[in-house]
Design a protein around this ligand. Structure first.
Ligand code: HPA
Length: 250
């Protein structure tokens, strides 16, 4: 089953009206919210069954560094998820892409710290060392790109996501360093979610929603109303993209 992990601005019901909610007990602690099950629906068309987890919890109360990523991935594995499409709000480190647009990054640099980042607690054999050369490889890449072309949605392909600890935004010097490191996007939530999914054998990719130029990029300073407006535009673009990709023929 496909699981969608919703990010900033995605509430309980942004994706669909759930038909069922289930709490999963995890040995890693509390998951952000009960896992929801349902179908995308438009008119007489609907998708296969999906599950959905709002990463920041009901009422959006969990900041990125307080999310229990292990419990979330464990709950999705128990729910039967074999693939995850994660939605992550980001700043963009250059001026080639614009707020409101979507990106499918293909690489990650993890600058976060102090997060419970692995299910491995004993080195039994080399299986602890997962291959993470291509962190966002997924059968969904090609399907989402084809859907974006059909729907006329801007979906930039490729790019490196920098995962920062947050919750503060970066300094201008930090963003200059990220650019020198080859990063295109900066966010706070893709790691350790992506590597935990790889440890569990769950396919994972991220659709990044650009909500602001990163600190010091371009002329504008960070503005919350600007971020909210771009998030709304990008959220609508994601909803259209997912409908195009997931709805079965009517
Ligand atoms: N930096 C880090 N995380 C973010 C940003 C940003 O500029 N925008 C949205 N999430």
């Amino acid at each position: 089953m496909l699981a969608i992990i919703g990010g900033s601005g995605w509430s309980d019901t942004t994706l669909f009206k759930p038909q069922a909610r289930r709490e999963f007990l995890s040995r890693y602690g509390n998951c952000s919210a009960p896992v929801q099950f349902g179908h995308l629906q438009r008119g007489n068309r609907q998708s296969d069954e999906l599950c959905y987890l709002p990463r920041h919890g009901a009422g959006h109360r969990l900041p990125p560094h307080k999310i229990n990523y292990r419990a979330n991935v464990d709950a999705l594995a128990q729910a039967g998820a074999s693939s995850v499409i994660a939605l992550n709000a980001v700043g963009v480190c250059h001026t080639r892409w614009l707020p409101g647009e979507l990106v499918l990054p293909d690489q990650v640099i993890d600058y976060s710290w102090g997060r419970e980042h692995s299910f491995v607690d004993a080195l039994e054999d080399f299986s602890a060392h997962i291959d993470f050369t291509e962190p966002l490889q997924s059968e969904w890449r090609a399907r989402l790109l084809a859907a974006a072309a059909r729907a006329g949605t801007t979906l930039h392909e490729g790019g490196t996501y920098a995962c920062m600890q947050g919750p503060r935004f970066e300094t201008a010097a930090e963003v200059r360093k990220l650019r020198r490191d080859g990063c295109d996007l900066v966010g706070m939530t893709l790691m350790p979610e992506a590597s935990l999914c790889r440890e569990r054998g769950i396919d994972y990719l991220s659709i990044c929603l650009i909500v602001n130029p990163a600190a010091g990029v371009g002329d504008a300073s960070l503005s919350l109303p600007g971020i909210r407006a771009a998030l709304e535009r990008a959220t609508e673009a994601v909803r259209q993209l997912l409908a195009e990709a997931l709805l079965l023929p009517g």
